[in-house]
Design a binder for this molecule. Structure first.
Ligand SMILES: C[S@@+](CC[C@H](N)C(=O)[O-])C[C@H]1O[C@@H](n2cnc3c(N)ncnc32)[C@H](O)[C@@H]1O
Length: 369
């Protein structure tokens, strides 16, 4: 009997190849053969009106669920009590970019942090063999369910429950480390657990970065590949909350209103600000009729400081605006670089240097820990 998922799997692999996300025949073949639908039997996916829940066991939903499983979209597979996504199968094109950047060959050992549904681990097992793949998940219950799904699909990577920031020291070193949750900074542990010459691929702020560890093992360095944002580490402190007062037009502020630069919402500045100040939350409230020119932007840090930008004027409480403004000044002086022009060097003591174009550029900045 023909497998009804073979066509959709091939179509997805072909689409990712045409888009340039998949490049090597070995990864094309892995995407053609590993069944994504087996790792998300229920999921939510984003539609124009919100999140749509799909259940493979509901007969009238099955065809739609299968089509969505083989679309280039993320599938949310777990929500917490507040409705925040806590696990997902990442967008296939982003997974493909990361796997290609990992630069594996036969025999390469890999540590994945963020097992999630297990689909990425299954792709790694398919390509490298079960004995080469180690994966760490923060969520005990999820890890148990995922181990069963992986076994059912015929894959048996080494699995562990814990904070991925600690890696898996007992099994180290690894030739490659891939992080599939977002992190504010690269934990030094990953450098220490990566072989000299090895590669670390991760999502930092709003960018994907591929770092190669030097032969002496002191630093890892590399370019940002593209924009992408993953769900953040569940072990890190919660993101800053925007205080209610920031939404109140009548609220009193400290200091006199300041002028705001007009390009604060440029994608490249938003990404730049995230890299420099990962603790600052940013939201935009669209203007009347959804217009961008009358939109308001609000920034807040974890200390309760906030700033609201409206009609080019800043109303602020506390020092957060100073940080946003300083970051903007640096971004303008750097020539308003796009994410793909940026690179990162991380030392094994945790020090991060952001640079433009190449690591020895004069345009480089230490990132705060
Ligand atoms: C986007 S999902 C991972 C996608 C996954 N690789 C897949 O193929 O389905 C992110 C996962 O990282 C896990 N996670 C979040 N913080 C973590 C941490 N500090 N250590 C390990 N896993 C973490 C989440 O529980 C979630 O399952």
């Amino acid at each position: 009997m023909t497998d009804p998922t073979a066509g959709p799997r091939h179509d997805l692999a072909a689409k990712l190849t045409t888009a340039g996300a998949l490049q090597s025949p070995a990864w094309v073949s892995a995407f053609e053969q590993v069944p994504r639908h087996a790792f998300a039997p229920t999921c939510w996916h984003r539609t124009a009106t919100g999140l749509e829940y799909l259940d493979s066991t509901t007969p009238e939903q099955r065809d739609h669920w299968l089509a969505v499983s083989y679309s280039d979209v993320p599938l949310v597979t777990q929500l917490d009590a507040t409705g925040t996504a806590t696990s997902a199968s990442s967008q296939p094109s982003v997974m493909a970019i990361m796997l290609e950047a990992l630069d594996v060959t036969k025999g390469t050992t890999v540590l994945e942090v963020g097992t999630g549904t297990g689909y990425n681990a299954a792709l790694l097992c398919h390509r490298l063999g079960d004995d080469r793949v180690h994966t760490v998940e923060y969520d005990q219950t999820l890890s148990t369910t995922t181990a069963a799904a992986l076994a059912q699909a015929g894959y048996h990577p080494a699995m562990r429950v814990g904070d991925g920031a600690a890696g898996w020291p007992e099994q180290a070193p690894y030739d490659r480390i891939i992080a599939t949750y977002g992190t504010e900074r690269i934990p030094p542990t990953w450098l220490r657990q990566c072989t000299p010459g090895g590669v670390i691929v991760a999502n930092l702020g709003l960018g994907l970065v591929a770092l190669r560890r030097d032969e002496h093992g002191v630093t890892a360095s590399g370019r940002f590949l593209s924009r992408a944002a993953f769900m953040l580490s569940r072990a890190d402190p919660a993101a800053a909350m925007i205080p209610d007062a920031a939404f109140d037009p009548g609220v009193l502020c400290d200091g006199s209103p300041a002028d705001a630069p007009p390009d604060l919402r440029a994608d490249s500045f938003v990404a730049w600000l995230h890299l420099h100040y990962p603790g600052i939350a940013q939201i935009t409230i669209p203007g009347p009729n959804g217009t961008g020119d009358q939109a308001e932007h609000i920034y807040a840090n974890r200390m309760g400081s906030w700033a609201r930008v409206r009609h080019g004027q800043v109303i602020q409480v506390g020092p957060v605006w100073r940080d946003v403004h300083n970051a903007h000044t640096r971004w303008v002086r750097a020539g308003r670089p796009e994410v793909e022009q940026l690179g990162l060097t991380v030392r094994d003591d945790g020090h991060h240097t952001l640079w433009v174009d190449n690591p020895s550029s004069t345009q480089r900045w230490s990132l705060t820990p």
